[in-house]
Design a protein around this ligand. Sequence first.
Ligand code: SF4
Length: 614
Amino acid sequence: MSTLTAKLLRINLNVSNFIEEKISDQHVKRFISARGLGAIYLFDELAPAVDPLSPDNKLLLLVGALGGTGLQGFSKWMVMSKSPLTGTVFRSVTGGNFGIWMKHAGYDLMIIEGKAATPTYIHLDEGGVHFLDAAGLWGLNYRRLQAQLKETHGQRTESACIGPAGENLVRYAVIHSGERTASRGGMGTVMGSKNLKAVSINVPAKKPSPFDPIAFKDLVKTQVNILKEHPRKQTMTTLGTPYITKIVNMMGILPTKNYQEGSIPNIEELSGDRFFELKKARAGCYNCMTRCGGMRAVNHGPFKGSQIDGPEYETIFAFGPLVGLSDRQFIIDANAMCDVYGIDTISTGVCVAFACELFARGMISPVDTEGLRLAWGNKEAIFSLIEQIGQRRGFGRLLGEGVQRAAAQLGGDAPSLAMHIKGLELPGYDPRGVKGYALSMATSNIGGSHMYGRPREEFSGQADPLAETGKGAMIARVQKEQALEDSLIACTFGNTGLDADMYARLLLAATGIDHFGSAENLLKIGERIVSLERCFNVREGFDRKDDTLPERMRREPLLEAGPATDHTVANLEHLLDEYYRALGYTSRGIPGIDQLQALDLPEAAESIKAFTAT
Ligand code: SF4
């Protein structure tokens, strides 16, 4: 027995058929599950230069090796594909129950290929896989869609689905799972490009059986005891991610007015405690005692009168200081408006802030925006712009392309105001005040993500966040650790207190695979994944020139930022050299052939040989 099913379901929408395949022992040993498996399947099966919105792109749904067990905070799932925003390999993590239903159905992975001729959804039940007409579901928001699917297929039905923005091919559309979303990188756009409205599952629960059930049960008990005592768990349970706002404001890295400033004076308004006052109920993912979510009432838009699970910190910054506001209810309502259409709150907020700065500088006017006066903090105009983006009309049609493409199309000075890395809109941490984090974002193989490797040391005081040297090895390490955690889908907030040694004990008891019983082997798997993802991108033409930061971060001093005031990231080239050295990459940021062989990645070594020669 093993908690890994080692089975995948391959679905072809061109011809409405499916096939079950075994995931090879070699793949499992080298990559475990989830992000690792996704990376190797995308590398093997996507030819370079595939258009992300063409039928040739593939959408992968993945669940972790420890998902669906009694372990706390390991039951999230992820979506992987080539991103229509960045053109890179991409992964986006979410919660809800869908991933565990996949596991109950007997799969660690689904690969969705091709494109349906007409709007379609896929339903899995005990009778098999069904390809069904989604014409009557097209245009529905996720709540109405999920309710409809439950009515048709039974109340236990769980689904991964898209809203109107995914259908409209807004490049940062999300995939919903219950009240949670796989938000980043346009995974919902890829799904929409395949004419696929939903994948739903209703099968009897079938918990995965660990290889050594007694040892595994003991380890689960140990984890629960660690969590019970841990202060971080208590903070997450009570406040959730809104607790972050005061910390980043104090550090001067709270992005304000499109990353011109790094703090706001009235931060109490956006503190975790003030958001706690609006919390109506706790919320969370399958089998997680941390339950970091919170339900809050919506006062505006189609979801008015109901509650949403949110906002997270990343939404607070995006519809707060970033657009010149500190209004809690506005942030909740803007979050709900993004959910109605199914768009990523970070990318939407950054695109809106970009438009506000264009407006403030007189580079656009109401003539360009269907009459919207996009002054900083104009709530009504911002709501309308979110709707325009979701519906892909007016100025929202341009912004729905993502800030990089929108700026390129506008031309002139617009690209210098577009805050993205490799096309992915920046998250809620100004890189100028956390130089290691800046390096992690610059080198991330999925673009400007806060979740590719987070140097906790820069937040805890163990490392000087403003130092611009000595960060390369630290970032190489945190990226490897993150890749390992993503290959188990260990939730960053729900796995408090666990380390690679504990993962090794858990995996050994869960799967019986001796190789996983060593923390050293597991960290090597993390490194293997990061390097493989880089090889995917190298084949697409990415190299050192793309490991960069927006011009503003390199040249424009950060304002109103406490300790980070007047900082830029002046020494990025030095940081890159350190990082490449730590990972055995060439000075162009390309993995060395010897290094790839040592990582047991012969296919990647062969594939990028031509790039290392130049
Ligand atoms: S900590 Fe929060 S995000 Fe993580 S698994 Fe638990 S409820 Fe989900």
